[in-house]
Design a protein around this ligand. Structure first.
Ligand SMILES: NC(=O)c1ccc[n+]([C@@H]2O[C@H](COP(=O)([O-])OP(=O)(O)OC[C@H]3O[C@@H](n4cnc5c(N)ncnc54)[C@H](OP(=O)(O)O)[C@@H]3O)[C@@H](O)[C@H]2O)c1
Length: 338
């Protein structure tokens, strides 16, 4: 029996809950091992704690109608509730703050301090406090799993940590924000920046406030996480050049097309000849021969350059309920399988 508690019960947590309901009997983990939800802690939707197990089918059926009335336990402090609950794994899927990492850092620290593993899709804590969190996890001998922080359920962190063992990575560069890539793709078809942004919002790709997507801040957080994962370096936010796509005009896009090129918002991390690690986020002209040229709409891709393999490009979803829920699911299974 694996006992989990959700912190933040929005799109991603509900995606994971759906996957667990549909697949629990098929889990590729030891026979008889079952994932049981013992808590839901959400500052707005409400909370529920039941160590016997919450009926998630009922919670999700209601949630699909926008009804969270079952989450009616009186929880004064989410962090204290995380500390007090008897659970094995905390699913941290609350609000992202790229500048401070809060409140998620406090959630994660509370979980680790009370000997719980953490799986999360929240970029904020790992952009700003990667080392502190992993040092605490090591001290507590607990796992912190972050696959979903970069490109949702498309395997990136696991590939970098395990799949490329033995290869020396010198750089990664990629399209890591679906909203901006969607906008640029539509502009190639002649749509204005404004109309493409509205369409991205209607399709649920962009936030109501899309600043973080289009001005490169979302990609910046991923660049900072990748610098830690690949090079064990915490880049200073101020040392990373960041520019987004809001200044790109239809004329720019047309001009690129006539030269068989495309504008893409590229996040990049690389090590120079002196061994110093750098990061950047900016629109770049990409030529037809580049594996990132054909990445369209909200799809993401990361090109990994290593000494033995040359370029390896991983293409896949960068967001979405099921896609991001899957990242959490995959991380839970890894923890359960040891
Ligand atoms: N959606 C994606 O495709 C995707 C992809 C990759 C990563 N992520 C990351 O995954 C996380 C969850 O995303 P989401 O799309 O599920 O967001 P969401 O739908 O907004 O859900 C987050 C939930 O957490 C709640 N919350 C906010 N602050 C909290 C706190 N202090 N304690 C407890 N709950 C709190 C929110 O309440 P309110 O309703 O009041 O805000 C909301 O119900 C975010 O960090 C996001 O950046 C999402």
């Amino acid at each position: 029996m694996v006992k989990i508690v959700y912190v933040g019960f929005g799109i991603v947590s509900q995606g994971l809950a759906d996957i667990i309901l549909d697949n629990n009997s098929l889990l590729p983990i030891a026979e008889g091992t079952e994932i049981k939800t013992v808590g839901i802690l959400d500052i707005m939707k409400g909370s529920k704690i039941d160590e016997q197990g919450i009926d998630m089918e009922e919670v999700l059926t209601n949630a699909n109608k926008g009804d969270y009335s079952l989450l009616n336990d009186n929880v004064a402090s989410i962090t204290i509730a995380i500390e007090e609950i008897n659970a094995d794994i905390v699913i941290e899927a609350s609000f992202t703050d790229i500048k401070t990492g809060q409140p998620a850092i406090s959630h994660i620290v509370s979980a680790l301090n009370t000997n719980k593993h953490v799986v999360t899709t929240n970029k904020g804590p790992f952009a700003v406090a990667y080392k502190q969190i992993f040092n605490l996890a090591r001290l507590k001998k607990k796992v912190v799993a972050i696959e979903g922080t970069v490109m949702s359920g498309t395997p990136i962190i696991n590939v970098l940590n395990n799949g490329l063992l033995g290869a020396e990575i010198s750089a990664v560069s990629g399209i890591m924000n679906g909203t901006s890539n969607y906008i640029l793709t539509k502009m190639e078809l002649g749509m204005s920046y404004k109309d493409a942004l509205v369409q991205a919002q209607e399709l649920g790709y962009a936030e109501a406030d899309p600043t973080s997507d289009v001005e490169g801040l979302d990609t910046l957080a991923k660049v900072m996480i990748l610098a830690n994962v690949i090079f064990d370096v915490q880049l200073d936010r101020e040392d990373i050049t960041v520019s987004g796509i809001s200044q790109i005009t239809l004329a720019d896009v047309k001009g690129a097309s006539s030269n068989n090129k495309r504008w893409k918002l590229i996040g990049r991390v690389w090590k120079d000849d002196q061994g110093d690690v750098h990061g950047s986020v900016s629109p770049k002209l990409v030529s037809m021969s580049d594996s990132l040229y054909g990445i369209s709409d909200a799809t993401n891709a990361l090109k990994i350059t290593s000494n033995i393999l040359g370029d390896t490009t991983i293409v896949g979803a960068g967001a979405g309920k099921n896609e991001t829920g899957f990242a959490l699911y995959n991380d839970i299974i890894s923890i359960v399988n040891g």
